[in-house]
Design a protein around this ligand. Structure first.
Ligand code: GRF
Length: 203
C-alpha cells in the first residue's frame, strides 16, 4: 500500500507515521514526501530515511493551479494509493483535489466542523471551548470540510495557552493519523465513507 505524504513544516506527523510503519503497526510504505517549502524539516526527515523527497516551491508559478499541477504530477508519478497531508500548509486547488478525491486525507488540529483553518489552538481558547481535538478527514475542494474519518478529543484545562494545548494534542494527533492510515491500508476504513466503523479501535 503506497503512501505519498505532503508536508510543509517540521514533519512530526511524518515521523510518527514512519515509526508506525517501522514498528509493524501500519502495513504500508511511504513512497515519497512532497512539499511546497524546499528547506522544511519534513523533507530532511524524508531524505534521512532514504525516501524520495521532492520540493516544488510556488515561486515562479503564475497561478495556484500551475503550481498544483507541477507538484501533483510528481505525486502521481509515485502512483500512491493514498495521499496524506501531514501539515501541508498550502491550500490545494479544486482541480488537484478532484484528481485524487477521495484518496487524499488531511490531519487537522481541531474537532471539525469546529475551527477549520489556521490558529486552531488560540481559537479554541478564545471561544471558551471545554474540549479540543484533532480530526482526520477526506480532502474535498472546500477547506477542512471533507467527511471526517476519525477524531481524538482532549479536555481544555484551566491555565491552558495555545502552546500547552498544541503540545498535549500533538501525540494524540500522531496516534490518530497512524491509526487511520493503518486502517485504510488494511481496507478497514474507506476514505469515501462518512460514517466509518471504528468500534473497538484504540486511537
Ligand atoms: C499538525 O498540528 C497538523 O495537525 C497541522 O499542522 C501540524 C503539522 O505538524 N495540520 P508536523 O509538521 O506534522 O509536525
Amino acid at each position: 500500500f503506497r503512501i505519498a505524504v505532503l508536508a510543509s513544516g517540521r514533519g512530526s506527523n511524518l515521523r510518527a507515521l514512519l515509526d508506525a510503519i517501522a514498528g509493524g503497526r501500519v502495513h504500508a510504505g511511504v513512497v515519497g514526501v512532497f512539499s511546497d517549502r524546499p528547506g522544511c524539516r519534513a523533507l530532511d526527515l524524508a531524505r534521512a530515511a532514504g525516501l524520495p523527497a521532492v520540493a516544488v516551491s510556488p515561486r515562479g508559478f503564475a497561478s495556484r493551479a500551475a503550481h498544483d499541477e507541477a507538484l501533483f504530477s510528481e505525486v502521481a508519478a509515485v502512483q500512491p494509493d493514498l495521499i496524506v497531508c501531514a501539515g501541508y500548509l498550502r491550500i490545494i486547488g479544486e482541480d488537484a483535489v478532484r484528481r485524487f478525491m477521495p484518496r487524499m486525507i488531511n490531519i487537522h488540529p481541531s474537532l471539525l466542523p469546529h475551527h477549520p483553518g489556521l490558529d486552531t489552538h488560540a481559537r479554541v481558547l478564545a471561544a471558551g471551548d471545554r474540549e479540543h481535538g484533532a480530526s482526520v478527514h477526506v480532502v474535498i475542494p472546500a477547506l477542512d470540510a471533507g467527511p471526517v474519518l476519525a477524531q481524538v478529543r482532549i479536555a481544555v484545562r484551566p491555565g491552558d495557552d495555545p502552546a500547552s494545548l498544541a503540545a498535549r494534542l500533538l501525540p494524540r494527533e500522531h496516534a490518530l493519523l497512524s491509526a487511520c492510515v493503518g486502517l485504510i491500508a488494511e481496507g478497514r476504513l474507506q476514505p469515501d465513507t462518512e460514517c466509518p466503523r471504528l468500534d473497538g479501535v484504540p486511537l
